[in-house]
Design a binder for this molecule. Structure first.
Ligand SMILES: Nc1ncnc2c1ncn2[C@@H]1O[C@H](COP(=O)(O)OP(=O)(O)OP(=O)(O)O)[C@@H](O)[C@H]1O
Length: 696
């Protein structure tokens, strides 16, 4: 295949070689036309939306604040839409308007169709497409067609770009029957990382495209070794879903959930460059509001609170408040045979059997506590209404019904048999009432485990795990909100209880779960996707595995694969498509001085340098490096616990044995750290390297 240098080269052309310079000039002029057409689209959008806003503003003149009308709401929405649309149409010279071209048909010399493929649709004044959005149906062939399955494609062209202009292209003749490799793809994958994550829209691989374009109704779980493109797939899937199901998702929402703010910052630019600036990207803590926690659990308490057994304990804690009919009748001073309700001279009787059947149905047929209470109340009102209809021959109205609902006997009975509950009160009772706790935890937690839930005093000191439990309790009381589609990255780290909270937010939607069991570093990290998918409420989700590594070069992948058998998970190792890259290990009596030298050397090359150390070693490292190195734009110092998902051209891992020594998860933290390297990895150590690394 051709190279992407400043001169275009084409090697796989079937027929007489075209005049490449002439072709390049034609492509550049197409780029100019597309750029001009996009500027026209910008102008037209600006003009139209400004007119509509003016009209609405004119109509709202002289209105008082209290007169806010639906027009004002429309104006607000329109303003927001306008800003987004204009931002999307604004030309950014650093983002090429197209990256590929497809010729389709049967006759290689006379194609029927010819499309340029880019990040967004661009049309000329007569609505003729100049660039097709990569998400359009026909563009799928750009990613999937091969010599083995041509899908009507005759030729595929990939463009090389530099400084906002086309520097070259390479052509692939799909009718020639020979597989080809792409220099443009290789260059793109090996390009130095200079900032946040980029989109991969120009070089999406067939196995990735397969996942990106899976139907909205399909829930997917993508397991993949480090650097196999899981995050990239998740983000491009989000963009594809929004394009294909815009209206539906505008109503029901699409959310991206990531492990921490660092990670969200790193991925934050991908969707906006794909024209999707309004997607909400949240950490799991923001989604569940756990940052509001003012207190911290002991590790033992946190572990128990995140365990799936807590789901049943919460269920019992709520439903155990339901009393029996005889107890409730006694409590409100009524006879065991039933309840007598007086209302404006009338006396209505509801017998024991009627009440008992109603209470049983309320418990059996309603999955939430408050829905059960409502069913019971409505049942009592209907029972009385039926008697009223028989006696008076008339059907009472709604006003009468709500009066009966407020009747002291009816209210007293409902409070006694089915007291109104608040999630916080239930949690407080679980933590402070020893007998109640024992009753709810029976057969689920040992007594010493139960003790970790105990809390002295009456005031609830909420921890992050407590907030997740409140969410669970809340869901036993009433239904939570639902969402259209959720993309959950680094999902292996979710606890069963966090997964259940997510499940409640996507009960009627679908999800894309991305992760790597080998990178699980929370105390409750998943060991099996099947189990986690069950907690996420999607046991039927399709499980797929990606194994081709696009980030980590072969020599470093080999090191990571040495560690894999020691990580206690059953996942496939990565196969890197990158033959470049360098792995060094430097023995330094003082690892801080060694790190300083390694960073200085790393800075001699292009790209970002990530320095990863045991969390506790980070302050000393920053001090040792001094302000010049520690604050260099190209150097980032990362505690091992938050390195997940990130990548750097050169990674310096400081004292790997310290990281590996972290209880239970040390080796996995080290596995994550070494797999952040795009080109070069230096291991700086004074202690012996952990033997699981299999390094000399
Ligand atoms: N088809 C592709 N073309 C070009 N670059 C790609 C492609 N697929 C993935 N990459 C690049 O490979 C790197 C790794 O991708 P990504 O972060 O999505 O992997 P991951 O599987 O989520 O990794 P990890 O498990 O380590 O977080 C990124 O820089 C991404 O842009």
């Amino acid at each position: 295949m051709s190279s992407t240098g400043s001169t275009p080269v084409s090697t796989t052309e079937p027929s007489p070689a075209p005049d490449l310079e002439h072709e390049l000039a034609a492509e550049r002029s197409h780029l100019e036309r597309a750029t001009a057409a996009m500027a026209d689209m910008y102008e037209a959008t600006d003009h139209l939306t400004a007119l509509a806003s003016e009209e609405i503003a004119e109509g709202s003149k002289n209105l008082a604040i209290s007169d806010i009308t639906s027009d004002d709401t429309v104006a607000f929405a329109l303003g927001k839409h306008r800003a987004q649309r204009l931002a999307d149409l604004r030309h950014r010279p650093d983002i090429p308007l197209f990256f590929g071209r497809l010729w389709m048909g049967e006759e290689p010399t006379n194609p029927d169709e010819d499309y340029h493929i880019g990040r967004r649709h661009i049309r000329d004044e007569s609505y003729h497409p100049l660039v097709l959005d990569w998400r359009a149906r026909v563009a799928e062939r750009y990613y999937r067609a091969s010599v083995h399955n041509r899908q009507d494609v005759l030729k595929r062209r990939r463009f090389g770009f530099g400084n906002g202009t086309i520097t070259g292209f390479e052509d692939e003749d799909l009718t020639a029957g020979i597989d080809a490799t792409s220099d443009i793809l290789a260059t793109e994958i090996e390009r130095p990382r200079t900032g946040p994550m980029r989109d991969i829209v120009a070089t999406i691989q067939p196995e990735q495209d397969e996942l990106i374009r899976r139907a909205l109704s399909t829930s997917l779980c993508v397991q993949g070794a480090p650097g196999t493109g899981k995050t990239a797939v998740g983000l491009h899937r989000a963009a594809w879903l929004l394009y294909t199901h815009r209206e539906q998702l505008a109503k029901n929402g699409l959310l991206i959930i990531g492990p921490n703010e660092n990670f969200l910052r790193y991925i934050s630019q991908v969707l906006p460059t794909l024209g999707e600036a309004s997607v909400r990207q949240l950490t799991i803590d923001t989604l569940l509001s756990t940052q509001a926690a003012k207190h911290t659990d002991t590790p033992e308490a946190a572990y128990i609170k995140h365990n799936e057994r807590m789901a049943e304990i919460c269920r019992r804690a709520v439903w155990s408040h339901v009393s029996t009919v005889p107890t409730a009748l006694e409590k409100i001073g009524q006879e065991p045979e039933g309840m007598v309700i007086s209302d404006e001279g009338w006396r209505w009787r509801l017998g024991y059997q009627f009440l008992s059947d109603l209470a049983t149905d309320a418990g059996n047929e309603h999955q939430t506590y408050l829905a059960g209470l409502d069913f019971l109340k409505q049942g009592i009102i209907s029972g009385i209404r039926r008697q009223a209809e028989l006696r008076t021959g008339q059907s009472p109205d709604r006003k009468w019904e709500s009066k009966i609902g407020r009747n002291p006997v009816v209210k007293g009975f409902l409070d006694a048999i089915w007291p109104r509950l608040k999630a916080k009160d239930v949690l407080r009772r679980l933590y402070t009432d020893c007998d109640f706790r024992a009753q709810c935890c029976e057969g689920l937690l040992t007594t010493s485990e139960q003790d970790h839930l105990a809390m002295p005093g009456r005031s609830l000191k909420l921890t992050a795990a407590d907030i997740v439990l409140l969410d669970e309790l809340e869901s036993c009381l009433t239904w939570s909100n639902l969402s259209g589609h959720l993309v959950i990255d680094e999902a292996q780290d979710l606890s069963p209880m966090q997964a259940r909270a997510i499940a409640r937010r996507s009960a009627h939607g679908s999800i894309t779960v991305l992760g790597d069991l080998a990178q699980g570093t929370t105390p409750w990290a998943a060991h099996s996707w099947k189990e986690l998918l069950g907690h996420l409420g999607k046991p039927e989700a399709e499980l797929c595995e990606l194994t081709i590594g696009y980030r980590v070069p072969e020599a470093i992948v080999e090191l990571a694969n040495n560690m894999l058998p020691h990580l206690d998970v059953d996942v496939a190792p990565a196969k890197s498509i990158r033959r470049d890259g360098k792995l060094d290990h430097v023995h330094a009596p003082n690892p801080l001085t060694g790190a300083k030298q390694a960073i200085t050397q790393a800075l001699a090359e292009e790209g970002l340098v990530g320095v990863i150390a045991h969390d506790a070693d980070v302050p000393a490292l920053i001090e040792a490096l001094g302000p010049t190195l520690a604050q260099t734009q190209r150097v980032e110092i990362i505690p091992a616990s938050v390195a997940k998902g990130l990548e750097f051209d050169h990674v310096v891992v400081v004292e790997p044995a310290h990281i590996a020594a972290v209880e239970r998860i040390g080796l996995r933290l080290l596995y994550v750290a070494v797999t952040r390297a795009v080109s070069r990895l230096t291991l700086v150590h004074s202690l012996s390297l952990p033997q699981e690394m299999g390094v000399g």
